[in-house]
Design a protein around this ligand. Structure first.
Ligand code: ATR
Length: 277
């Protein structure tokens, strides 16, 4: 039996077992995927001893993503761009890592809003953490010429601009509405909107009618940010799709089948989110 898991600290709220468990059943694979709590001081050792633990690989979540990147022997382009990894696997004894958040985000965006790139316009990113990094890398790889980053703490946005070069510009957090009116896509990568974490306060009046509004928060499934955009008639993309699609490459590496993100899987997750909010 092939075994994988998700490691983090804490880990009990991870929804990854729900996703991989569904695919294991759907494809009739003799495999297992569970949650493993791993303390921060133990993550490097855990990852270096996957084979001894009878694991073919794992997902890595907070706070272990940077350690996973550091200890891996091979790193994919997105992991290098982000400096963090969320998926690891063994290849001939070598520890390989990837950051599949970029793939997950861009795949879902393109499925839900296939015309997001129709206009040659800037992309607005709200937030400057690890998720913002993965998403900015996705837009730059897709050929977007200008990305504007708005972050409460300006220095973090500046660090991103320095990392990615002149295509990434820093703007003031207070200008997030006014400077995004011409945007092709505006993405919330902050935690604002999650459960009781406040609101983003974006005024969508005067936004270009083709602007795509995307959130990576998925609890609740429709955030206040998304609801306000929908009221203005804008195309809205939810955050759950990124979670579902980022899981695809890992499953394929570990279990040898490229799995499908089905309506049924989406319904299972929505049900779970509904039950826990
Ligand atoms: P991740 O790695 O998952 O992206 P993170 O590194 O903790 O998470 O980043 C969280 C983001 O949400 C940051 O951009 C953070 O802004 P700061 O850099 O100023 O901390 C943003 N964020 C969280 N709460 C916020 C709030 N109340 N107002 C504005 N931004 C907030």
């Amino acid at each position: 039996m092939r075994r994988a898991c998700v490691i983090g600290w804490p880990i009990e709220h991870s929804r990854s077992p729900l996703i991989h468990g569904y695919w294991l059943r759907r494809y009739g694979i003799d495999g297992a995927y569970d949650r493993q709590p791993v303390r921060p001081d133990n993550a490097g050792e855990f990852l270096r001893t996957l084979a001894m633990r009878s694991l073919v690989g794992c997902n890595v979540t907070v706070p272990h993503k940077e350690v996973a990147f550091r200890v891996a022997d091979e790193k994919d382009k997105s992991a290098v761009a982000v400096g963090a990894a969320n998926t690891v696997w063994l290849d001939g004894g070598r520890l390989c890592c990837a950051n599949t958040d970029t793939y997950g985000y861009m795949t879902h965006l393109t499925l839900r809003a296939p015309n997001w790139k129709k206009r040659d316009a800037p992309v607005s990113i709200l937030g400057a953490g690890g998720a913002a990094r993965a998403i900015i890398y996705g837009f730059l790889s897709a050929g977007v010429a200008k990305v504007r980053v708005f972050n409460r703490t300006r220095e973090r946005a500046e660090a991103l601009a320095k990392h990615f070069g002149p295509a990434v510009e820093v703007a003031d957090w207070s200008d997030r509405s006014t400077l995004s009116k011409d945007a092709a896509v505006i993405v919330n990568t902050t935690t604002i909107g999650m459960k009781d974490e406040g609101t983003l306060d974006i005024d969508f009046t005067g936004f270009h009618p083709d602007c795509v509004v995307s959130d990576i928060v998925y609890v609740p499934l429709e955030t206040g940010f998304m609801a306000a955009a929908r009221e203005q008639g804008l195309t809205v993309v939810d955050g759950l799709g990124m979670l579902l699609h980022q899981a695809v490459p890992g499953f394929e590496r570990w279990f040898g089948v490229r799995p499908e993100v089905t309506e049924e899987l989406q319904a299972i997750l929505i049900d779970d989110i509904g039950g826990r909010v």
